[in-house]
Design a protein around this ligand. Structure first.
Ligand code: DGL
Length: 284
């Protein structure tokens, strides 16, 4: 069983891609709706909540957990992978993956293991816009990792402090339109009017409003599809780690929440009408 974790509804954009792409694998999703959104919380809180989420998925028989949350990946992934997991009872059998590495790989067309710029990336002067939560943008992880591989790329980061929260709470299309419009305009002002070649929607909530980003971004800007990047990367990872493929007993995708399902289901169904049945998490 593979676990997929996010603060709330966002990671379902990744989960939907994974369950469609790998119908022969079993997936469990956990949304920490009771504590969403994460993006304006402190790093300490994000680390604690992400560790709880990972442990809960481990206890649901998920031996591999994907942090389908850029904020959790930016703030907590390294600490969990290199400090917490190796000192936990799960160290020999379980693993945690983030989603920033696969996204940077696509944005830079460079494998993650390659930390030095290669030709033609060494001469790439594209402009890349990164949209994300306050914590993702202030971690600077996208800018740093892209710059290592493409040192001449012009990176314009745009924090969208309210966007994940309003998506989470089912805001009207009009309210969403206004917010996305304003964030795109702010980004364009910051880039001096240069239309970015690429836009990274660096928060898994944003693909639910991808159509609005596409509406307000310049026509020539291509929007990178993070769910696809993560699915491609997982396929490659599972080839190298078949131990996480499971035992071939295919289960229906499970969606768990720490919140109240009654409140969450209507919002979610608006974005994903066929969303699997949502259950409240029972602690092991
Ligand atoms: N969907 C998450 C992300 O990718 C978290 C957004 C939030 O909870 O603020 O960053």
């Amino acid at each position: 069983m593979i676990g997929v974790f996010d603060s709330g509804n966002g990671g379902l954009t990744i989960f939907r891609e994974l369950t469609t792409r790998f119908p022969h694998l079993s997936f469990t999703y956990l949304g920490d709706h009771a504590n969403a959104p994460y993006g304006n919380r402190t790093s300490q809180e994000i680390l604690r909540l992400t560790r709880n989420g990972v442990e809960q998925l481990f206890q649901q028989d998920c031996r591999l957990v994907i942090l389908a949350c850029n904020t959790a990946t930016a703030i907590a992934a390294c600490t969990l992978q290199h400090q917490w997991l190796p000192n936990s009872p799960y160290r020999e059998t379980h693993n945690i993956l983030g989603i920033i590495a696969p996204t940077v790989e696509v944005a830079t067309q460079t494998p993650w293991a390659t930390k030095e710029p290669q030709y033609p990336q060494a001469t790439n002067t594209d402009t890349v816009a990164i949209f994300g939560t306050v914590q993702t943008v202030s971690s600077n992880v996208y800018a740093e990792e892209i710059a290592k591989r493409c040192p001449h790329v012009n990176i314009v980061q745009q924090a969208c402090p309210h966007l994940a929260g309003v998506i989470e709470h089912g805001a009207s299309e009009r309210e969403l339109e206004e917010l996305v419009h304003d964030y795109v305009q702010e980004m364009l002002t910051r880039s001096g009017g240069t239309p970015p070649h690429w836009a990274v929607l660096g928060c898994t909530h944003y693909p639910w409003v991808r159509h609005l980003f596409e509406q307000y971004l310049p026509e020539t800007t291509r929007v990178l599809c993070q769910p696809k990047a993560v699915a491609n990367s997982l396929e490659f990872y599972l080839k190298r780690h078949p131990e996480y493929l499971g035992d071939n007993t295919i289960a229906q995708p499970i969606v768990l929440t720490t919140g109240a399902t009654r409140q969450i289901r209507p919002t979610l169904q608006r974005y994903w009408p066929e969303v699997p049945h949502i259950k409240q998490l029972r602690r092991a």
